[in-house]
Design a protein around this ligand. Structure first.
Ligand code: ATP
Length: 852
């Protein structure tokens, strides 16, 4: 691959023998040249800030004139100037980072941003003696800055003219002779790193030989210590990554690549690129779906550093549903059921079944005032308030739900002592008085009416008016008035017949007993309520018959007890996808209107209040508010897509029904057990839009020594799958150690040892059921050390990692080997593997899973 060649070759001195790494005076001179340019840029930026401030003041004065037209103009101006000022201030830090020196272009024309449009050099650009003159120098930065004469001082990294900065490689250099990465802090240039794209040339710039400094920017970036947040890679994006970032967004862009190939980085830069390309189109918002809240926190700063945040929402897959936040993990067997596409059938039955009185009439007292069948469904809004059943401390450890003690919600006579007394309404008998006559519908008749109402395809909550109408029909047909109306109609007096019926309906429907009956018999169901209703083993057994086997159904019911009788207990990431599905199946009950914030009277005058957020909320708060209110997006980016379950694909798919997509992932890192089922759901979510596929092939994270070890697990997990090639080697081999006295002490000692060896972070990866334990072991080692469950390590990276007991991690789920592969590929510098009781280490401490 070209990118790989570029990356590898830029690391070695062989390509550019003219490199001048040792000569301080040349280095200082080159830094001085860039400093001069940066000073010019800052002067221009200051002028622009003054302009923006002037605009703000001027606009404020206009506001004093007081006419609505002037106010509207003021508001729009303040808004524009505010954004401008904000951006300039944000971008001030370290925004000029690159430079390319180019041969003359083939067509000799200049593009709109000052750059030559041609990618290829002119035919006579290189003389026969391999000398050439640099025709043009472009500086690349986070945003574009034009000089007062409109010549470009800095070109936005996303502009077409900047593409050669990323695309040029020694194999395919185009017009680029030298690519330079400039490191600066505030207003000071600290250093430069050069890559020669045409090392065979002797090029001169303004009559002087082109100097080459440093070992290349990529190696400098990769060798840096890591912090707990991801950095942007805008100054060292590699050619194969750039192709993905700038791919046209017409349809679905699918990106695969092994660990450390930059998939997450590329996805984030792509979001920034798309916004730059077509801000209007993406005003509809870009959603980035991430597997865990940890990865969201890790990546959150990247887009603001690229000057973008407003239109982009990064959400963990467990936080996609408004008002729901996953805090618990399901054990693998439960996750497997909840994520499966089979759940759709179960939920479809459950939303209808949850309307039935609970406990079943046969088991209740059935009498008015009794504690049982009169309650209506516990899934309903009016259902009685919960009695425990939730977890301790609001958090569940992995797999703990099996042990969670929950009330026996199946028992009709249990669980009433703490419940507040609810008014009793029978749901197996409807009794009303209409036109002075007593009318009744018994349980069979009511059941018939219910089934007839449910034969409609509309969401269950939206069928309530239909059910009400069918009840009235049934009562009407039993009333003597129906016969009378029939006579009127046959005499041709349809109006009188209709009047009679209207009077009847009004009479019945205004009766308190009818209204109370309807509320209990056809309650408005909520997604959480239905999930809570599914915690009853008997009911769920009925609803899941022929879809789940008995064991699956029982495990599912037990896991859902965590939600408590009111459904308000903690959710797992898989529960959230079920909630979203239920929301669709039930139909959204009308939501209480969001409280409108107090408006400035001036806003009301101009009607521009939406454009004037600064007074009450910051840009960021506004972006968050808009993101929270938004349910569909213009572009959806799915990171770690291999992990989405079929139910999660359905949830994500709903948010991008009209969107274009970027889907990045690596099948070898999937923690989902049934990839074929997930692929089907993915195809359904993405529809038949055309797809463009890209593969990233270079591992920028792991040194070769670690990548080689991880490849052994890959061979077991996915025989035949190729590992990405590591771009660098550190000479430090992974360390193997065996538990000495006790596991805690060994892990602590190894983590402490790594802390002394690296400058940045140390991650300790353990099987999920050990994560709380591990956090305690490591508490005293300070903030540079983090304890992680194997599933939480997804997407993250550390300078050094300790992987504790590979066998435990591999055995914890059917996808365990792939999860272990993820765990082993998190380190940028050093890796220590601790073998536990189940690992069978050899004499060198190498566990069986990691031997040849
Ligand atoms: N062009 C680049 N320049 C500098 N650093 C890079 C470049 N590409 C990737 N990296 C770095 O390599 C590391 C891995 O990148 P990233 O996390 O995006 O990979 P990934 O493919 O998503 O990995 P995984 O599948 O393991 O989650 C990060 O530290 C990233 O900053």
């Amino acid at each position: 691959m070209a990118a790989q060649d570029a990356a590898v070759e830029s690391a070695g001195p062989a390509v550019d023998p003219g490199r001048d790494t040792g000569n301080d005076s040349v280095r200082d001179r080159e830094i001085g040249v860039e400093q001069h340019h940066l000073d010019q840029v800052y002067r221009r930026l200051e002028e622009k800030i003054h302009e923006a401030e002037f605009l703000m003041n001027d606009a404020a004065k206009r506001g004093q004139v007081g006419t609505p037209g002037a106010l509207a103009e003021r508001d729009a101006q303040v808004f524009r100037a505010g954004i401008h000022l904000n951006r300039l201030n944000n971008e001030f830090e370290d925004f000029l980072f690159g430079r390319i020196d180019l041969l003359p272009g083939k067509d000799g024309k200049k593009g709109p941003d000052g750059a030559y449009t041609s990618v290829d050099p002119a035919d006579d650009a290189i003389r026969t003696d391999l000398t050439a003159d640099i025709a043009e120098t472009l500086h690349i930065g986070r945003i574009g800055v034009l000089d007062s004469d409109y010549s470009p001082l800095v070109i936005d990294w996303r502009a077409p003219a900047a593409a050669p900065f990323y695309r040029a490689t020694p194999v395919d250099p185009g017009r680029v002779v030298r690519r330079r990465v400039i490191r600066s802090k505030g207003r000071r240039v600290l250093g430069v790193e050069d890559d020669l794209m045409r090392p065979e040339l002797t090029a001169s710039l303004d009559g002087a030989a082109l100097a080459v400094i440093g070992d290349g920017a990529l190696m400098a970036a990769l060798g840096q210590a890591r912090s707990h947040t991801m950095r942007d890679i805008v100054s060292s994006i590699q050619a194969e990554q750039d192709l993905v970032i700038r791919a046209p967004a017409a349809s679905v862009t699918e990106v695969s690549g092994g660990p450390g190939t930059g998939k997450t980085a590329v996805a984030l830069h792509r979001a920034a690129y798309l916004l730059y390309q077509d801000r209007r189109r993406y005003a509809g918002g870009i959603l980035i779906v991430s597997p865990t809240p940890l990865l969201v926190a890790y990546t959150e700063g990247v887009l603001p550093s690229l000057g973008e945040e407003g239109q982009v929402a990064i959400r963990a897959v467990g936080s996609l549903v408004d008002g729901a936040e996953a805090t618990a993990y399901d054990e693998p067997a439960v996750a497997r059921v909840k994520g499966s596409a089979r759940m759709l059938k179960v939920l479809r039955t459950a939303v209808r079944g949850a309307l039935e009185p609970f406990p079943a009439p046969g088991r209740s007292t059935g009498a008015p005032g009794g504690p049982g069948g009169s309650q209506g469904s516990p899934a309903g809004r009016g259902g009685r308030d919960g009695r425990g059943g939730g977890p301790r401390n609001g958090q569940l450890a992995f797999g703990e739900e099996e042990a969670t003690t929950a009330p026996d919600t199946a028992g009709g006579d249990s669980g009433t002592e703490d419940a507040p007394a609810a008014p009793a309404v029978r749901t197996d008998l409807l009794r009303v008085v209409a036109f002075g006559r007593r009318l009744e519908l018994d349980a069979d008749e009511l059941n018939r009416v219910r089934q007839s109402a449910l034969s409609g395809t509309a969401p269950v909550n939206l069928l309530r008016p239909r059910a009400r109408k069918l009840l009235l029909d049934a009562l009407w047909s039993r009333s003597g008035a129906a016969a009378r109306a029939g006579e009127y109609a046959s005499r041709g007096d349809a109006e009188l017949a209709a009047e009679l019926r209207g009077g009847f309906d009004e009479d019945v429907a205004s009766e308190d007993s009818f209204l109370a009956f309807l509320d209990a018999w056809w309650p408005e169901l909520t997604p959480r309520g239905v999930l809570a209703a599914m915690a009853d083993e008997r009911r769920l057994g009925r609803w899941s018959r022929r879809v789940l086997n008995q064991g699956e159904s029982r495990r599912l019911a037990r896991s859902l007890r965590r939600l408590g009788a009111d459904g308000k207990g903690p959710l797992s990431v898989h529960d959230v996808a079920l909630l979203d599905e239920l929301e669709t199946l039930l139909g959204s009950p009308p939501r209480p209107r969001k409280q409108r914030r107090e408006l400035d009277p001036l806003d009301q005058l101009t009607g521009l209040e939406e454009l004037m957020p600064q007074r009450e909320e910051t840009q960021r708060e506004r972006a968050e508010r808009l993101a929270a209110e938004r349910t569909e997006y213009a572009h959806v980016i799915v990171d770690e897509a291999q992990d989405l379950t079929p139910m999660q694909w359905r949830m994500v798919g709903r948010r991008g029904r009209h969107a274009t997509w970027t889907v990045v992932g690596d099948a070898a890192q999937s923690s989902w057990t049934d990839p074929d089922e997930a692929a089907e759901a993915r195809d359904e979510a993405l529809g038949n839009r055309p797809r463009r596929r890209f593969t990233l092939t270079v591992n920028y994270r792991n040194p070769a020594e670690i990548a080689e070890l991880a490849a052994k697990v890959l061979a077991l997990a996915m025989p035949g799958m190729e590992s990405p090639s590591a771009v660098r080697s550190t000479g430090v081999r992974p360390r193997f150690t065996v538990v000495r006295d006790d596991l805690a002490a060994t892990v602590r000692a190894e983590a402490r040892d790594l802390l002394a060896r690296v400058d940045g972070t140390v991650g300790v990866v353990v099987a999920m059921n050990r994560r709380e334990q591990a956090a305690r072991w490591l508490a005293e080692l300070g903030p540079r050390v983090v304890a992680l469950g194997s599933l939480e390590a997804k997407g993250l990276e550390y300078d050094a990692t300790v992987v504790v007991s590979p066998a435990e991690i591999a055995d914890e789920s059917p996808a365990g080997l792939r999860v272990l592969y993820v765990a082993l590929t998190r380190a940028t510098q050093q890796l220590t593997v601790v073998s536990g009781a189940r690992d069978e280490p050899d004499a060198d401490g190498v566990p069986d899973l990691l031997r040849d």
